[in-house]
Design a protein around this ligand. Structure first.
Ligand code: ADP
Ligand code: MG
Length: 680
């Protein structure tokens, strides 16, 4: 028992000095509690067996005494190899450890050491992964393996954790007894102790279960409480839109909406009619027609005498949307303005004026919309297209301009488990149906040496009046190289496709040049557009029927799906050709999947398996918390349970009144609104 508090600095522990403190800080460990949450990433079985029984090439742990002095060889920069002889039960063997030169002085002749590593039976060499001075204090079936940094050793971490556990420096118990009984969960003290010092596999399983459940429950409580507070605090007047006029607008569209579009729109109107602010995610695969749903929503809000803003990630997309919206809104006398980084100062002033006075009702733009102060007379609706391209703070910045109703649109089909984790604070509408008459894009995977045949096909299609995209990959490390790559391909295609008008579009072009290239392609003045992934999102040229993607294996499946979605946007049969010759089996498998399915959901699930959630949700921008143990994909059942429980709890009086729930209540209050930062 001691006076040590969970938030005490690790310095309070025996054996932590200035240097080790720094190494710990580098791993985000500052306090005793941080150390406790530094959970082993795996466990080793340390049962000790006689040398004769050790298997060749397998993991082994042995205890022996050091013979003579260790030897160190240095090679390369900062690399070294420590070796010494070890006497074990009448056997003399060799121990090798890489980059542990600092142990040379510590290892004295006849000293007892415990070594875990890989055993080479033929040469009688044990290559150490772990080397501890002394005998193992107790024979435990599992030995924790911790991530370490700098000169720290696993053994040191183990020692410090042990001190923390001995002094009973545990975080507060969050789960009431009733909960723990219902799910047969150990206490937080038991769970954390077991995770660091497991006795049995079964205990380990339950300890893990407990932490995972708690993490999900806390997360879901925060999310759902936040959603409730939003609704309560932002209780507002309903948006009184002109329902008849809006219906007429929908009827006047050049096509009739799909059922899914209708349904989504109805959900949106329900939000507008209600006494809370809309906070909705509109999810729909590429080409499912989200823009027109956005347009109908804007129309409704404008009919209520308010303004609407649409924020998109690229300038190209902004001008395209502005143009198509102008066309739709013109007959109704609704003015649409464009506002991007390259809008000239004089034009910008005019747009600002129009927005301030209310003569402009709809503004489409990029980040420029949230930079500086764009004056709105009354912003009633903020729509964010391709929302995963924006950071949490950017999404919020637009919402904060006058507390409008908000609609977030995404083409990334987010698997359900991820959606409730990352977007648990939003309502979700889904457009799960493509407009009628769409043909699936025929997708082929072709080796680069077939380029001639591919280009013949391009010639044929362009001769028939169609258009093609040729995508050169972005290699993250160097934009310059990418641009060069695009220019090379452009030059090459120009010399091969002599009768074809080839255009070029990449990130290094001036904004006007970009726009000019895109407009020329939209008008049909260019047949083949060589581009980097700047065309990935949103652009809409329905006469384009061919999409060729160089080095396709460099892209994620969802990204390929997005790119492929640039074609097949009308009634014409379209084609996507993946040029790639990957060597790895997984890459080949991914190419195969692309040719076999056009279902964005399946592709997203595959991406999730292959590349993790970061790729799907936009790196570090998802608002997804870093859990210590919980994994929304792997532990999705626990997540569902926690979501359900959180919902029931928030509705119950017990939760708001019982002393048992005080810690969880405090937790919700403390964390307050969702912050995009790490939530735990
Ligand atoms: P996305 O959901 O990928 O943003 P868009 O909104 O750009 O898709 O729509 C893709 C194309 O489908 C556009 O050309 C649009 O005019 C057309 N479209 C949208 N809804 C329908 C519909 N109900 N019937 C026919 N075409 C539609
Ligand atoms: Mg779109």
């Amino acid at each position: 028992m001691s006076s040590l508090q969970p938030e005490a600095s690790v310095e309070a522990l025996k054996g932590v000095g200035p240097e080790t403190k720094q190494d710990l800080a580098r791993m985000g460990i500052f306090t005793c509690e941080d150390l406790l949450w530094h959970l082993p990433h795996r466990y080793e079985n340390v049962a000790i067996r006689p040398v004769e029984e050790l298997e060749h090439d397998a993991q082994a742990t042995i205890v022996g005494s050091v013979q003579g002095s260790p030897n160190v060889n240095y090679y390369g920069r900062k690399k070294n190899r420590l070796s010494f002889r070890l006497f074990v039960d009448g056997h003399l063997l060799q121990v090798v450890a890489f980059n542990r030169a600092f142990l040379q002085k510590k290892l004295q002749p006849d000293m007892t050491v415990t070594v875990t590593g890989k055993w080479n039976r033929h040469r009688a060499v044990l290559t150490a992964q772990r080397l501890d001075i002394g005998k193992p204090e107790e024979m435990r079936p599992y030995s924790p393996v911790y991530t370490i940094s700098g000169k720290l050793t696993v053994r040191q971490i183990e020692q410090w954790v042990k001190q923390v556990i001995q002094q009973e420096v545990f975080p507060q118990e969050m789960l009431p007894l009733s909960f723990r009984q219902q799910y047969k969960l150990p206490t937080i003290v038991e769970a954390l102790t077991t995770l660091h010092q497991p006795q049995t596999a079964n205990a380990l399983k339950h300890a893990r279960r407990r932490i995972v459940y708690e993490e999900f429950l806390r997360f879901q409580l925060r999310m759902q409480a936040y959603k409730q507070t939003l609704r309560k605090n932002e209780r507002t007047e309903p948006t009184k839109f002109n329902e008849q006029e809006t219906l007429r607008f929908v009827d006047g569209l050049p096509f009739s909406l799909t059922n899914a579009q209708h349904r989504s729109l109805e959900e949106i109107y329900e939000d507008l009619r209600a006494g809370y602010k809309m906070n909705r995610l509109l999810q729909g695969d590429v080409g499912s027609g989200k823009t027109v749903v956005a347009a109908c929503t804007m129309f409704a809000v404008v009919s209520a005498g308010k303004q609407a803003a649409l924020m998109v990630p690229t300038e190209i997309l902004a001008s395209q949307h502005a143009e198509s919206l102008s066309e739709l809104f013109q007959p109704y006398g609704i003015n649409v303005a464009l506002l991007t980084g390259s809008t000239k100062a004089s034009d910008r002033r005019k747009v600002h004026e129009g927005l301030e006075q209310g003569s402009i009702s709809v503004v489409v733009g990029t980040h420029a919309l949230i930079q500086g102060t764009v004056p709105f007379q009354e912003l009633g609706l903020a729509i964010i297209d391709e929302q995963h391209r924006f950071g949490v703070s950017q999404r919020r910045a637009l919402r904060q301009k006058g507390n409008p109703d908000s609609l977030f649109m995404t083409a990334t089909p987010i698997p359900r488990t991820l959606a409730i984790t990352a977007y648990g604070d939003m309502d979700v509408s889904r457009i799960d149906e493509q407009p009628r008459g769409r043909k699936t894009v025929k997708t082929y995977w072709s080796k680069p040496d077939m380029l001639d045949r591919v280009l013949d096909f391009v010639k044929k299609e362009t001769a028939a009046g169609r258009q093609a995209y040729v995508i050169c990959p972005l290699i993250e490390e160097s934009e310059q190289l990418d641009v060069q790559n695009a220019i090379d391909i452009y030059d090459q295609l120009q010399s091969i496709l002599i009768e074809t008008r080839v255009g070029l579009l990449h990130g290094r072009l001036q904004n006007e040049e970009k726009e000019e290239a895109m407009e020329a392609f939209t008008r049909g003045d260019i047949d083949v557009l060589v581009a980097t992934t700047v065309v990935e999102v949103g652009v809409n040229v329905s006469n384009a029927t061919v999409m060729i993607i160089y080095d396709a294996d460099r892209f994620g499946l969802s990204q390929l799906h997005q790119l492929r979605g640039r074609v097949g946007r009308g009634a014409l049969q379209s084609y996507c050709i993946l040029l790639s010759d990957p060597s790895s089996e997984t890459a080949k498998e991914r190419m195969r999947i692309m040719t076999e399915t056009s279902d964005g959901f399946i592709l997203a699930e595959e991406d999730l398996k292959l590349r993790g959630p970061g790729d799907l949700l936009g790196q570090k921008q998802s608002g997804m918390p870093d859990f210590h143990l919980a994994d929304p994909i792997h532990d999705y059942r626990a997540l569902e349970t926690a979501r359900h429980d959180a919902h029931a709890l928030l509705q119950s009086d017990t939760f708001w009144q019982d002393a048992d729930y005080q810690p969880l209540r405090d937790h919700i209050k403390e964390q307050g609104a969702m912050s995009g930062k790490k939530l735990d």
